[in-house]
Design a protein around this ligand. Structure first.
Ligand SMILES: [Zn+2]
Ligand SMILES: [Zn+2]
Length: 182
């Protein structure tokens, strides 16, 4: 998934490719379940490149409430600038640091190639919600018996308390009880 920059000659080129879901290793946070379409324009200015385009696919991820897998589409847009990494110390390094501070959208490339796999992975992570929910009305799992409450009710009484917590609470109150003076 490396883009060979030596093959980019025109000031503007189009790049389109579809990657199989299997090309993306499974992750704790999500699984890629549809082919990943990558399409972008490359603007070349000497050794500087701008990549602007889209990443689209479908992810499967676990609901944070009921833990059931659900699917969410990815429609990521990116506009990234790349410039060569300057390994030499001195003025070049200084200029590089300046850019890093000024422009967060500028990345650096090494060996005349850009890692498109990394670019796509970043877009996939950006598409994962902070709190993934299969449905905004997901009722989650019963904290006592683990029943998926979207599928049916359980017999647990609301307000049921784990006896271990009750015991801890009792210990806590005993400590706080005012001591009687003799
Ligand atoms: Zn859910
Ligand atoms: Zn229950």
């Amino acid at each position: 998934m490396l883009l060979d920059l030596n093959k980019i000659h025109a000031p503007r080129e189009r790049y389109e490719k579809v990657y199989a879901p299997g090309a993306f290793s499974a992750d704790d946070a999500f699984r890629v379940v549809d082919p990943v379409s990558l399409a972008f324009d490359i603007l070349k200015d000497k050794r500087h490149f701008q990549l602007a385009g889209t990443v689209t696919t479908m992810l499967e991820l676990p609901c944070s409430r009921c833990l059931e897998p659900f699917r969410t589409p990815v429609d990521g847009r990116f506009d990234l600038r790349y410039q060569p990494h300057t390994h030499a110390a001195g003025s070049g390094h200084e200029a590089e640091r300046q850019i890093e501070e000024d422009d967060l959208s500028t990345a650096f490339y090494d060996n005349d190639e850009i890692d498109l796999g990394q670019l796509m992975r970043e877009q996939l992570y950006l598409a994962v919600p902070m709190k993934p929910l299969c449905d905004s009305a997901c009722r989650g799992l019963c904290p006592v018996c683990g029943t998926n409450l979207n599928r049916g009710a359980c017999e647990c009484r609301p307000g049921w308390e784990d006896p271990r917590f009750a015991a801890l609470k009792a210990l806590g109150t005993r400590d706080q009880e005012p001591r009687t003076k003799d």
